[in-house]
Design a binder for this molecule. Structure first.
Ligand code: C5P
Length: 405
């Protein structure tokens, strides 16, 4: 199979340094990549690094193309199989949407006859601004694939959607855009036992607002779910991690969507379907305040505590079991403090999951680094000895891959 040729246009944002990692992944995956930097991108990444990583000349200005007959902008834009814009700034997307061609990058984007994939990265307000959202909608209507940015803490100190998706995820999207199975492109590197599979993982606690400053939560750290997401990605799966509030870095190669409440988690899970496997590790709050007060609830001086009516949250796992797009393998977790296996057997049947991974949380499992689990399937129970959460994750990922072998 001929190696895919990628034209990588790098916009000027703090995430530009991640373009270097993307170049490395494209090369590792058997592709060739030619880089074009915008004027602003120079301030974040050097042509020298990109030339070294890509082993190709890096283009920066229209006027670099000294010999138009040798390498004109039309040829440069068309010799690729796919044009990737990473990171795409708000400004670059605005120019693309408007058809402006006032530098090499935008001229190539207007001149190309190849599919274009855009990975945006910008401040959360800039991403959410109606002008940017209009431009994204325009680009999508024009047939451009615009990835959703990741959510989370940003370099500028704010929080929300706008972070560049991790390079391994972008590489996965490039493979999809090229319509090639991962394993075929990258034998031995990307082609793991779960190559081509989409796995959905939930992790962490949920926060259920009581008023603007208080919430109902639990002690889940997210460590086990994050380790599972990482282990699945290492086996080549495309992993979407829907995470409650935790202070953990996004595992390599994982697409992370941050949520706060159970209802937000349920919506994010639904939006991420279809998936081949779902591993629901999140410690979802069973109840939320029926009504979250708009203002901070004050003591009224009577000495009587306020009444806080609770409402039951949707059961995301049970909902997924009934969903017409139910993943082929649906796995739940059960944190129990007594009769661990008995409760897990009942839970598996009640929620109609394929497996329940039961753990005894009577010790310091929540927040700790070790776990001892029992896997309850439709046909029996497997009990594993106590081991580090990372090892539980790796063995569980391998066990999942066996189901697809
Ligand atoms: O009923 P229990 O909370 O013990 O069930 C645990 C399993 O169900 C976990 O997999 C958890 O992620 C999932 N769950 C859910 N939505 C809820 C409660 C639990 O998906 N509202």
């Amino acid at each position: 199979m001929i190696a895919p040729r990628i034209l990588l246009i790098i916009g000027g944002g703090i995430a530009a340094y991640k373009a270097c990692e993307l170049v490395r992944l494209i090369r590792k995956g058997g592709g060739s990549v030619r880089c074009v930097l915008t004027e602003a991108a120079h301030h974040f990444v050097t042509p020298m690094s990109l030339a070294a990583l890509s082993e190709q000349e890096v283009h920066t200005s229209l006027w670099d193309l000294k010999n138009e007959t040798e390498m004109g902008h039309i040829q440069l834009s068309r010799e690729a199989d796919l044009v990737v814009v990473c990171p795409a700034t708000a400004d670059l997307m605005a120019k693309m949407a408007a058809g402006i061609a006032d530098d090499l990058a935008t001229t190539l984007l207007l001149a190309t006859d190849k599919p274009v994939l855009v990975a945006p990265a910008m401040n959360v307000r800039m991403w959410l601004h109606p002008a940017t959202q209009r431009n994204v909608a325009r680009l999508r209507a024009d047939g451009v694939t615009v990835l959703d940015p990741d959510e989370g803490a940003m370099a500028c100190g704010e929080f929300g959607p706008g972070r560049l998706p991790e390079p391994p995820f972008i590489w996965g999207e490039i493979e999809k855009a090229l319509d090639r199975p991962r394993a075929a492109l990258a034998p031995g590197i990307k082609g793991g036992a779960l190559a081509g599979r989409h796995v959905l993982v939930t992790a962490g606690p949920t926060h259920e607002p009581i008023d603007p400053v208080r919430y109902i939560a639990n002690r889940s750290s997210g460590k086990q779910g994050y380790a599972i997401a990482e282990a699945l990605a290492a086996l080549g799966a495309r992993v979407t991690l829907v995470s409650g509030p935790v202070s953990l870095p996004t595992p390599a190669g994982v697409h992370r969507i941050d949520v706060e409440s159970a209802r937000e988690m349920a919506a994010a899970v639904e939006a991420a379907l279809p998936a081949d496997v779902a591993v629901m590790v999140a410690a979802v709050a069973d109840w939320r305040a029926e009504v979250a007060a708009g203002q901070k609830i004050k003591k009224d001086g009577s000495g009587a505590p306020p009444v806080l009516p609770l409402a039951e949250n949707p059961d995301i796992l049970a909902g997924l079991a009934r969903n017409p797009r139910r993943p082929r393998l649906l796995i739940g977790f059960a944190a129990e403090t007594e009769k661990v296996v008995d409760h897990a057997i009942a839970k598996r049947a009640r929620k109609d999951a394929d497996w329940i991974v039961a753990n005894d949380v009577s010790g310091d499992v929540m927040g700790g680094d070790s776990n001892s689990i029992h896997i309850v399937t439709r046909t029996g129970v497997e009990s594993w000895e106590t081991m580090p959460k990372a090892e539980v994750a790796q063995r569980l990922a391998t066990r999942i891959a066996d189901e697809f072998a």
